[in-house]
Ligand binder design. Structure first.
Ligand SMILES: [Zn+2]
Length: 256
């Protein structure tokens, strides 16, 4: 087996324990240095494939609408082929992939990419969790979809990639009240009206049954670390995208 084929450079970050334990898994998030500046998605995705040295695998992304719909990528014929031969899933904000050699992507700039991994069945998911998705329980719903498809929740682990953290996610009175009533531990008025989206998604993962030891949060805030990541708030709405990717490789690819 070829271990650790994920490039370790400043254009791509990943969850190290997964990289170390699972040579058949490609996972991570591009940085500002990779430079997905808001051009056509398929152009950046093909460039990313080259960067990861992963060629000839189908690419599937979704038309993100800040909702909470979860789509299952188990048959490419279900999804139309669009520009650059990429498959686009209409109106979804989370993708569960049950196939090897199909790369899924979620685009973010302050929203959190929520990665879920079933290392036993070699399946996974990425959810796009901004405040709307988080409020709409997108992490809970994605985990439920995986368990409905046969995953044992005890086999699941979760990594929350870079996104806006509590330090920078100030909201208006109405939204704060909305979050306080649904997630009282994770919204506060101390020194500002802030909502901790990462904590809410951790809570959703725990309540769905994922062991706390199997949940990790990347130590970045995209707004504080806007030199490293694209940030909608830091760049006043005109920014590029951090691309979260997940791919399960066939063993024969690794042995080649
Ligand atoms: Zn911050």
């Amino acid at each position: 087996m070829r271990p650790n084929i994920i490039p370790t450079d400043e254009q791509f970050i990943f969850h190290e324990p997964w990289r170390d334990q699972h040579p058949w898994l490609i996972q991570g998030v591009t940085t500002r240095r990779f430079g997905a500046n808001g051009g056509p998605k398929h152009v950046d995705l093909r460039r990313l494939q080259d960067h990861l040295n992963i060629h000839h695998v189908p690419l599937v992304y979704c038309e993100q609408v800040h909702g909470n719909r979860v789509a299952v990528v188990d048959d490419l014929k279900k999804f139309p082929v669009g520009e650059g031969q990429c498959h686009e899933v209409p109106e979804a904000d989370a993708l569960v992939v049950t196939m090897n050699n199909v790369m899924i992507q979620i685009f973010t700039a302050d929203c959190l990419p929520i990665f879920l991994l079933d290392a036993h069945l070699r399946r996974g998911a990425i959810a796009h969790a901004g405040w709307r998705g988080t409020y709409g329980d997108i992490t809970t719903r994605t985990i439920q979809t995986m368990t409905q498809l046969g995953s044992n929740v005890g086999d699941l682990s979760c990594w929350i990639g870079p996104g806006i953290k509590e330090c920078c996610f100030e909201v208006g009175e109405d939204l704060l009240a909305q979050f306080k009533s649904k997630f009282p531990d994770c919204a506060q008025t101390n020194g500002g009206r802030t909502v901790d989206l990462a904590a809410i998604n951790v809570q959703q993962a725990c309540r769905a049954g994922i062991a706390p030891d199997n949940i990790a949060v990347a130590p970045f805030c995209t707004r504080c670390d806007a030199d490293e990541f694209f940030s909608y708030r830091a760049d006043n709405g005109k920014t590029g995208r951090n691309i979260a990717v997940l791919l399960f490789l066939d063993d024969h690819v690794l042995d080649a």
